[in-house]
Design a protein around this ligand. Structure first.
Ligand code: C2E
Ligand code: CA
Ligand code: CA
Length: 657
């Protein structure tokens, strides 16, 4: 389209130029019409010549006339004769030889008269007139010839003008057509522009629309970035942003910063028992309750899982603690989820500081306090103290020392007998690890096992205990069993069954002499690895006991899925057997259940004869405790050497060979 427009405009430009050229040409032709006056000049000259002849003729016959009039006409004639030499007439005469001669003759005649007129008599003049008359005919031929030529010229110019006019008309028509086309094109173009304008307008509207949508999306995105999708509470990112803000404000106000971390107790068990939907529902209900407390905005956060947080400033420590108590009370009220009443509690770690301004340190301190609260049990509130940090430092040192201890072989095994309740014969020895620390002396496992589990060093440590215990048991003269404790961390490793097998092979201990003691918590994990491992080992003849029974949350389904060989009743129940009716009832329940599942029961922590008698009465199969022997670095000589006689304590016997 643009090309067509450009071509038309170019054509218009050319046409207009051409028209100007035509007008100029016409002007030239018209000018020619005015220029060509040869016939007039020749006519003028000839008639003047005739007039002069008649004046001269009159003078020769009329005596009364003076010569002055003749002279006047001669002078006029002389001046007119110049016309024959110059201009267009001059050119015309020069171009014709006879005319040229005529002009010379005429000039000579007139010049002769000019010099002799006054001297000549009338008769002489009459005689001269005859000469002059001889020029009349040629002169009139000159006049008519000039006239002819002029007429031709005028005709030519006329026909030229006619041609120019035709071209002019044609070009004008072309101009009109081009203008019309241009007009149409401009109209068409205008329509297109109008259409484009409408399109642009609708596009702009769409753009505005998308912009608004984008803004809404952005706001939502921003909201999503800072909020937890499940509870709609502010999330971890928001927590860190606000913690830094609060720190800045508190710094300028010289006020305290409070960080509280909440961690629900046994939330995992809720998930495991009632399902994740119920768990999610519980979290939502907790968040609704927290919202209903009408705390100031941007105070509460869900950091993830079952962890919540509170941020505040300008609180005293006692205010912070009572606020934490209020929140705990709110959370601890029972929940109804899918028509089931669920009770949940929470632990709180608090840091309230007027001096600490580093956000990561404040978080770490609150976390340490929470860790301590969790260690103390459910529903505990702890405020951060310097000693917690020291303890952390200690545990770091412990980690370091433990790594060294593994290479230095500082871990040894103590043995404690497990005895048949009725015959008092040693059934097995439980291998219990001890750390012979170069500076601190002998350390009991409770002080380092948790750290070893946390760092993963338990894998290496457990392997070395298993190896030492199996080697020891393989050397005994009497084939009593060896019980080895296995951490949940070890059981979660797929390599564990292979490790046990290779140790049995290496030490030559038969699989049926090995008993593994696993805790209930080992089995409360998502993965099937522990169950699979235990089943594999059981198939090989290894016995499995469930340790510390009654302290965890064993599900009957899980208990029956793996037919454990023994249940070890936790020493806390044994300890209170004589004093608390409940403990007795629980032990009765456990022994009853074990019987119905064809499992044996072991009571640990038996310290008194009274306890022993009670356990015997309840039908407990095996007993273990200080009453018989404390864990020792050695084995009763009878078992080691195969001498069948009473053991040192007097209460236990080596099994009869
Ligand atoms: P556990 O398996 O329940 O072991 C029994 C604990 O009770 C032992 O503590 C034992 O010394 C103690 N005990 C035995 N009889 C009595 C008694 O009559 N009264 C009292 N008050 N306590 C008694 P120990 O040796 O300090 O072991 C503590 C825990 O450390 C063990 O509890 C076990 O869970 C863990 N542990 C010990 N050795 C190992 C090991 O080699 N590997 C793993 N993973 N854990 C181990
Ligand atoms: Ca044990
Ligand atoms: Ca135990």
């Amino acid at each position: 389209m643009n090309r067509i427009l450009a071509a038309i405009i170019f054509s218009l430009f050319i046409s207009t130029g051409y028209i100007s050229f035509l007008v100029h040409e016409r002007q030239q032709e018209l000018q020619k019409l005015t220029h060509y006056a040869n016939s007039w000049s020749a006519g003028q000259l000839v008639s003047e010549y005739y007039r002069f002849e008649s004046w001269l003729g009159l003078y020769t016959i009329d005596e009364t006339m003076t010569l002055d009039d003749v002279r006047l006409h001669l002078d006029i004639m002389l001046s007119q004769s110049d016309l024959l030499k110059e201009g267009d007439l001059g050119n015309y005469i020069d171009s014709n030889k006879s005319l040229h001669e005529l002009a010379i003759k005429l000039e000579n005649t007139l010049n002769y008269l000019d010099t002799h007129l006054e001297k000549m008599s009338r008769p002489e003049l009459q005689e001269y007139l005859k000469t002059m008359y001889s020029l009349d005919a040629p002169l009139s031929r000159l006049s008519s010839g000039a006239l002819n030529k002029d007429v031709n010229l005028i005709n030519n110019a006329n026909s030229n003008i006619q041609t120019l006019y035709s071209i002019y008309s044609a070009v004008s028509v072309l101009l009109i057509i081009l203008s019309a086309i241009l007009g149409m094109l401009i109209f068409y173009q205008n329509r297109n522009i109008l259409k484009a304008h409408i399109q642009v307008k609708s596009l702009a509207e769409e753009l505005q629309d998308s912009k608004e949508k984008l803004q809404i999306q952005n706001t939502k995105l921003e909201y999503d970035v800072y909020h937890d999708p499940l509870t709609e509470m502010s999330n971890r990112l928001f927590f860190w942003d606000n913690l830094n803000k609060i720190i800045n404000i508190s710094e300028s106000n010289k006020s305290s910063v409070t960080v509280m971390l909440f961690d629900l107790d046994r939330f995992k068990e809720v998930n495991d028992t009632y399902g994740h939907d119920a768990g999610d529902m519980l979290l939502r209900q907790i968040s609704l309750r927290l919202n209903s407390m009408s705390l100031p905005a941007d105070t509460l956060y869900r950091l993830g899982g079952d962890e919540f947080a509170l941020l505040s400033s300008g609180l005293t420590e006692s205010h912070a603690v009572s606020l934490a108590q209020k929140i705990c009370e709110c959370i601890n009220q029972p929940y109804t989820i899918y028509s089931t009443i669920i009770n949940i509690t929470t632990c709180v770690g608090i840091v309230n500081s007027e001096t600490e301004r580093r956000s990561d340190y404040l978080y770490k301190f609150a976390d340490l306090a929470l860790y301590e609260a969790k260690n103390e049990g459910a529903s505990k509130i702890k405020v951060f103290r310097q000693r917690m940090l020291d303890k952390l430092q200690e545990s770091r040192t412990l980690e370091h020392d433990m790594a060294l201890a593994l290479t230095n072989k500082e871990f040894v095994v103590y043995y404690q007998p497990i005895v048949d309740s009725y015959s008092r014969e040693v059934y097995s020895y439980e291998a219990l690890i001890r750390w012979v620390h170069p500076r601190k002396g002998i350390l009991s496992p409770d002080s380092f096992i948790p750290v070893a589990e946390k760092t993963g060093m338990i894998i290496e440590m457990g392997k070395s205990v298993l190896e030492m215990a199996c080697r020891e048991a393989a050397s005994w003269a009497v084939p009593v069993k060896i019980s080895v404790n296995v951490s949940p961390v070890q059981l979660s490793s797929k390599a564990f069954a292979g490790i046990v097998l290779s140790i049995l092979k290496e030490t030559g201990l038969s699989a049926d002499r090995l008993e593994l003691e696993v805790t209930e918590s080992s089995l409360f994990i998502e993965s099937n690895t522990p169950m699979n491992t235990l089943n594999k080992l059981k198939d090989l003849g290894v016995k499995i006991s469930i340790d510390d029974f009654g302290t965890g949350y064993s599900s009957l389904s899980r208990l029956s899925r793996l037919a454990f060989d023994k249940i070890k009743i936790d020493k806390s129940f044994v300890n209170s057997i004589s004093t608390q009716e409940d403990a007795l009832t629980i032990i009765k329940l456990i022994t009853g259940m074990a019987k119905s599942l064809s499992m044996k029961t072991v009571a640990e922590g038996v310290e008194t004869l009274d306890q022993l008698e009670n356990l015997q009465a309840l039908g407990c199969d095996f007993v273990q405790g200080y009453l018989f022997s404390k864990p020792q670095p050695y084995i009763a000589g009878e078992i080691r050497n195969g001498l069948i006689q009473n053991c040192a304590s007097g209460l236990i016997k080596a099994p009869r060979g």
